[in-house]
Design a protein. Sequence first.
Length: 330
Amino acid sequence: MKKLLVALLVGTGAFAQADLVNFKGDITNTTADSVVVTSKSGRWHRAMALNAKGHFEGKIQQGANMFTLSIGDVKTQIWLENEFDLTITADAKNFVQTLHFEGVGAKENDFVVGMERDKYKLVDKYKAAFTQEELEKDVNAMVNTWVAVLKSKPRTDMMAMNLEFKIDYIDRKNLPKEIAKEIYKHRLVNRKSPDFNFENFEGGTTKLSQLKGKYVYIDVWATWCGPCRQEIPFLQEVEEKFKDKNIVFVSLSIDKAKDHDKWKELVVKESLGGTQLMADKDWESDFIKAYGIRSIPRFIFIDPNGIVVDADAVRPSNPELQRMFNKQLK
């Protein structure tokens, strides 16, 4: 009898664990069919279906860490732990500003999303004009506030333990560049892209405006850039898959003039496809400066009317790119 009772308890526990729902919520004003949570590395993700009323629910137990929460084209960072039991509500049309958490883990995520909102405030403040000195000063003040909050938490707090060093030393250095990128993105998205007229590997020059009537996916890269070259096999795979669609793939090298021959040699050696161009003044090219490009690789997606769809599009190695193309290139 005792063995039977133990077996029933174990079985009930297993059933309860399998039926555990610790991540749920309601999203309004979205055409997305699912809510997707992705690990920091991008190697793990879980999609939870959105029903007709915008409700979703599921189980997430992947340890304590930062994750990306995506709903269609909108996303934000969240902090999750196995013990959390979160309920989320948001309006997808104003996602980060309306995101609301309840339950175990709400306070942690109020802090994390609060950081995202602070960044948006700086983007909005400087969307017309900014100097690097002004931006760095405001970023330092913002980071000091975040670090003070984390330092006030018990030393056993998982989120504080994981985020304090990253925010104080890594984010403090990187955020001015990231926020500057967001500022340029907001200036360009849904507007006509700046034009270019660059040397074409095949001969002559090519203008962006000559490609009007087709979608254009631009890969800004250089021969010396390791992460850029790591994307080449993924880009070639995407080019092959969508070769019959209404899209042009442009690889734009920002190598210096002294490396012109090196660029041409690599195009041949790697059998690079698409339209291979070289910018006229490397980092100082007008097109590069107009997009605020300060690090590569950088990807840009433009519609057939020359309007910027995404000034910082996803990389070829990210499966989300093909999902976006499948949606756009019908």
